[in-house]
Design a protein. Structure first.
Length: 135
């Protein structure tokens, strides 16, 4: 498969990894302009054997620090905002990543949430952290 990138578009840090546990290698790369401190934005391409090509996951750049977690068989994103960490479990729907559930951790509390089919978050648990700092 041939990829045509915009002239002058610099591709950084290509990573080959199976992001959906289908046994095929997918890839991500970070466009030169995507560095955002602790929140690394990457473009994700999933290999589709039925069409023998890579499909660009349009919403991948909306989800920083993407990785595949085999313990939950899902793609995960993690967002860092000062002392707040927001982690979301994602599912692939065609060429789009959709949030399923997640967790927001601050030094004071941890919230867990689920996401309905309309994209609305519902808090399912709220826990005050016993100690400030590490969690």
């Amino acid at each position: 498969q041939k990829f045509n990138f915009l002239q002058g578009h610099v591709i950084c840090d290509v990573r080959l990894v199976d992001m959906n546990a289908d046994g095929y290698t997918d890839f991500t790369y970070m466009p030169e302009s995507a560095a955002r401190g602790a929140n690394e934005l990457r473009k994700l391409f999933i290999y589709r054997p039925a069409v023998d090509s890579f499909i660009y996951v349009r919403s991948s750049e909306d989800h920083p620090n993407l990785f595949y977690d085999s313990s939950v068989n899902s793609i995960i994103d993690s967002r860092f905002y000062g002392e707040t960490i927001r982690t979301a479990l994602l599912r692939l729907d065609g060429d789009t990543l959709l949030e399923v559930s997640g967790k927001i951790s601050t030094p004071d509390s941890t919230l867990k949430f689920i996401v309905d089919k309309n994209g609305n978050e519902k808090i399912i648990s709220r826990k005050k952290n016993k100690e400030r700092g590490y969690y």
